[in-house]
Design a protein around this ligand. Structure first.
Ligand code: IPE
Ligand code: IPE
Ligand code: MG
Length: 240
């Protein structure tokens, strides 16, 4: 990724970027395998790629960035890979907090943090708390997140509230994403063309962009490409 990449979007000559971009950060393992490295090295490269992507999205005026970091299904991976990911998350959260503070960006977590290692869980809660008043955009990290799990939890909370009158807006308020506009653009690098239980409710009308580029290689130029594809789409929302 070139550090001096200047976006045409950053120059202000293009249409407004999507307000909310969601990313399935996939392909870390294959990126490492191709280099003869352990999968954890791919996750480290992926974390670095996230850091750059967050910075870049902020610089071009994307208000919300939501990334899939660990799914409810990812616990099925070998224990040492899961432990490696949790270690990396701790390391990168500390660094991310510096970046976010410098850029005035709020950090939120979507997912049930209860099963995470206690130290990591505490860090997530601290990060969210410390960045609460920041006004320069929002990054949502989906951690132990699953779209179906989110919907079931929302339904349980709604029931526990005594089943108030229900419509789509009321139900949205029970999701992790309460108050966050739906993603305009979903980016999935890594070559797979599926949703993998991501933001099932929120992606109802998102534009989908799939790329064979692996997440650690998904640089500013690739983000520009995804946004250019987004701008070429005609969003009809069921109309004509
Ligand atoms: C995404 O990369 C990161 C997580 C799911 C935690 P993968 O680890 O799924 O990479 P591939 O798909 O095996 O290449
Ligand atoms: C989706 O990637 C989850 C994250 C990127 C965190 P996976 O690699 O887990 O998805 P599948 O297994 O290819 O569907
Ligand atoms: Mg994968």
């Amino acid at each position: 990724m070139s550090a001096d990449h200047t976006s045409t979007l950053a120059e202000g000559s293009s249409p407004r970027p999507p307000r909310h971009i969601a990313v399935i950060m996939d392909g870390n393992g294959r990126w490492a395998k191709r280099r003869g490295l352990p999968r954890t090295a791919g996750h480290a490269a992926g974390a670095e790629s996230f850091r750059r992507a967050a910075k870049y999205c902020r610089s071009i005026g994307v208000e919300y960035l939501t990334v899939y970091a660990f799914s409810t299904e990812n616990w099925r991976r070998p224990e040492d890979e899961v432990a490696g990911i949790m270690r990396l998350l701790k390391k990168y959260l500390l660094e991310a907090l510096d970046d976010l503070t410098a850029e005035n960006t709020r950090l939120h977590f979507f997912g049930d943090l209860t099963p995470l290692p206690p130290e990591l869980r505490k860090m997530c809660l601290d990060c969210a708390e410390r960045s609460k008043g920041f006004t320069g955009g929002q990054v949502n990290i989906c951690l132990n997140y699953g779209g179906r799990d989110e919907i079931v939890r929302a339904a349980r909370r709604w029931a526990a509230d005594g089943c108030p009158a229900l419509d789509e807006d009321v139900f949205s308020g029970y999701l992790y994403s309460a108050g966050v506009p739906d993603p305009d653009l979903l980016i999935r690098p890594g070559g797979e063309t599926r949703i993998s239980n991501y933001l099932l409710w929120q992606l109802a009308y998102a534009e989908m962009y799939f790329s064979d580029v692996l997440w650690p290689d998904f640089d500013e130029r690739e983000i520009d490409r995804a946004i250019a594809a987004y701008h070429s789409r005609d969003r009809r929302y069921g109309g004509v």
